[in-house]
Design a protein around this ligand. Structure first.
Ligand code: ADP
Ligand code: MG
Length: 486
C-alpha cells in the first residue's frame, strides 16, 4: 500500500491553539465539550484526517444518533477540510455511502445509531468519533466502546464532541463526576476559536439577555440546568399575581340552533356559566380585527383550547378551554369567531383535521391559510389550519416568549400564565410542559400570535348600520354584572 507523505508543517496555523496539543494525545477517550462554535467538530475532523494519512490501515467510524444528520454535518465537514487543505487527490469519496478512502488503505466511514443493519455490517474499526455525543444513550456508548477492542496497529481513541446540555446528563457522571485516568477532557468556548466570524459571536453573546439556558450552555459552554422555565419567570409571575384579581367580564358558553346541518347565526346565544369554557376580558368592539388560535386535545386528559387577541392592541380578549368532541369544539370556534367580527381563525391540524374541515363545512370564511407541498406533484398548494412541525414549533414559541417579555400586560388568562411558569426544557433542551402540567393554552396563544399577519390591523369605523352585528347576542336577561356596552 502506498505510503503518503503530506507536508503538514502548516498544521499549527490551521489549528486552534487550544486543540493543537491534542494531535499528540493518545488517551482512549478524548472528550471535547463546551460552547457552540468553539471548533470542536472542526478539530475532530482535522485529527481524523491527519491520522488517516499518517497511520496507514485505519478504519475510522463517525457516528451520530441519527444517520440522516451525518451527511450535512460530519461528512460535509470532512470533505470541506480535505478540500481546503488541498488534499483532494489523496481521498476518494463515495457520496452514497459517505465513505472516504485513502490509497494507504485508510478509510473514514459513517453510520447512524438508528441504522442498526449498517452498524452490524461494519467490522475492524480502529477509531471512533461520536459527534453530538449528548444525543446518544449510555447503552449506545457502551456498545460503541465494546466495538473498539482487540489488536490494532495504532492507538485506539474515541473522540466525543458535545455541548453540555444538562447537568444531569449521563456524560457528566461518566467523565466529570468520576474522572477516568484514560480520558483527556478539553473545555472550549467560542473564545477559543480564532476562525469564528463576528456575527456568530454576537448571536452567542446575545443569549445573555434573551435566554439564560442557551447562554449557559452555548455561550459559556457550562452544564445547563434543565427544568428551568422557558419564559421569564419573574415577569410572568408578576403578571399572574395581578391577573388573578382581574376577573373575566363574561364567562360561559355558546348555544345555537340548526337548520339542516348549518348553524343559524341569529340563534347564537351566550349563556353565562361560572365554569364555562369561554372567558372574556374584552368583548368584541365594533369594527376591530381579532385573531383566534386554537389547539385540539390529543388525548383524554388534554384540553382543547383557543385564544383570541385584538389584532391592533394585541390584548388577549378571550380564551376557551374545554373537553369536547372535535365537531362540537369546531362549532364553538365558529360562534366565537363570528362574534369577534369574523376573526381570523387558525386551528392546529397535526392531530386532527376535523375542526378545520368542520369550520369549512359550516361556511366560516376566514381561516388561516398555510402553504403545503404536494407530496406527489411537488407543487405548492394552500390549505387551511396551522401545522406545528419541528421547524414551526420552536419559532412560534420563541416569538411567544418574546411577546411575553415585551408585552406581558397583553396577557389576560391566569391559566395561560400558569402554564408559562411550568413550561420547561426537557433532557434535550426542547421546551415542553413539566410532568403533570399542560401547555395547550400556550400553543393556542402562540398560534394566535403567529398567524396574525394574515389579519388586518385596520379598524373599520362602525357604520350606523340598519342591521346590527351579524347576529345579536341575546343575553339581555342574563347579563353578567361586568357586561360591556358597545
Ligand atoms: N481550524 C479551523 N480552521 C478554519 N475554520 C475553523 C477552524 N475551527 C473552527 N473553524 C470555524 O468555526 C466554526 C465553528 O467551529 P465548529 O467546529 O463547528 O464548532 P463546534 O463544533 O465547537 O460547535 C466552523 O464552522 C468554522 O467556520
Ligand atoms: Mg460541532
Amino acid at each position: 500500500m502506498a505510503e503518503i507523505n503530506v507536508d503538514l508543517t502548516a498544521l499549527p496555523e490551521l489549528t486552534n491553539p487550544a486543540f493543537y496539543p491534542l494531535y499528540a494525545d493518545r488517551q482512549r477517550y478524548l472528550v471535547l465539550y463546551g460552547g457552540a462554535g468553539s471548533g470542536k467538530s472542526v478539530f475532530a475532523a482535522q485529527k481524523l484526517i491527519v491520522r488517516t494519512l499518517a497511520e496507514p490501515g485505519h478504519k475510522f467510524l463517525i457516528v451520530r444518533k441519527v444517520a440522516k444528520t451525518l451527511r450535512h454535518s460530519t461528512f460535509a465537514l470532512l470533505r470541506e477540510t480535505i478540500g481546503s487543505w488541498g488534499l483532494g487527490q489523496l481521498f476518494r469519496a463515495n457520496k452514497t455511502d459517505m465513505e472516504l478512502a485513502c490509497p494507504n488503505g485508510s478509510a473514514i466511514i459513517h453510520a447512524g445509531l438508528d441504522d442498526v443493519e449498517k452498524l452490524k455490517s461494519i467490522h475492524g474499526v480502529t477509531g471512533i468519533w461520536i459527534e453530538e455525543a449528548s444525543e446518544i444513550t449510555p447503552e449506545d456508548f457502551r456498545q460503541l466502546d465494546i466495538r473498539l477492542r482487540g489488536r490494532t496497529k495504532h492507538y485506539k481513541q474515541i473522540i466525543l464532541s458535545f455541548n453540555p446540555v444538562s447537568i444531569t446528563h449521563w456524560l457528566k457522571e461518566e467523565f466529570f463526576d468520576n474522572p477516568k485516568p484514560n480520558a483527556t477532557v478539553l473545555h472550549t468556548t467560542y473564545k477559543d476559536n480564532r476562525f469564528l466570524d463576528e456575527d456568530s459571536k454576537q448571536v452567542l453573546e446575545a443569549f445573555r439577555d434573551t435566554d439564560e439556558y442557551y447562554y449557559t450552555v452555548y455561550c459559556l459552554g457550562q452544564w445547563g440546568v434543565l427544568g428551568r422555565t422557558v419564559y421569564n419567570g419573574k415577569i410572568v409571575t408578576e403578571r399572574l399575581i395581578q391577573a388573578q384579581h382581574e376577573r373575566p367580564l363574561m364567562r360561559g358558553t355558546f348555544v345555537y340552533d340548526y337548520v339542516g346541518e348549518q348553524i343559524v347565526d341569529e340563534s347564537i346565544r351566550f349563556v353565562p356559566d361560572d365554569n364555562g369554557p369561554l372567558k372574556v376580558w374584552e368583548p368584541p368592539q365594533k369594527g376591530w380585527p381579532y385573531v383566534l388560535g386554537g389547539d385540539i386535545a390529543e388525548g383524554g386528559l388534554d384540553w382543547s383550547t383557543a385564544s383570541v387577541r385584538n389584532n391592533v392592541t394585541l390584548r388577549q380578549a378571550a380564551t376557551w378551554r374545554g373537553q369536547m368532541d372535535t365537531d362540537l369544539y369546531a362549532k364553538q370556534m365558529y360562534c366565537l369567531g363570528r362574534w369577534y367580527n369574523n376573526a381570523l381563525i387558525g386551528i392546529e391540524t397535526n392531530f386532527d383535521l376535523h375542526p378545520v374541515k368542520e369550520l369549512e363545512r359550516l361556511g366560516y370564511r376566514k381561516q388561516y391559510v398555510r402553504e403545503t407541498m404536494d407530496r406527489y406533484s411537488g407543487q405548492v398548494q394552500e390549505a387551511f389550519g396551522f401545522k406545528t412541525t419541528k421547524i414551526t414549533r420552536p419559532v412560534i414559541i420563541a416569538k411567544h416568549v418574546a411577546l411575553a417579555r415585551e408585552h406581558i400586560d397583553t396577557f389576560s388568562d391566569p391559566v395561560l400564565l400558569d402554564e408559562m411558569l411550568t413550561f420547561v426544557r426537557n433532557e434535550q433542551g426542547r421546551p415542553e410542559a413539566q410532568d403533570g402540567k399542560h401547555d395547550d393554552m400556550i400553543l393556542a396563544d402562540a398560534i394566535c400570535y403567529e398567524i396574525r399577519s394574515q389579519q388586518t390591523t385596520q379598524i373599520v369605523a362602525p357604520k350606523p348600520a340598519k342591521k346590527e352585528l351579524p347576529f345579536a347576542l341575546q343575553t339581555e336577561e342574563r347579563k353578567p354584572s361586568g357586561w360591556l356596552e358597545w
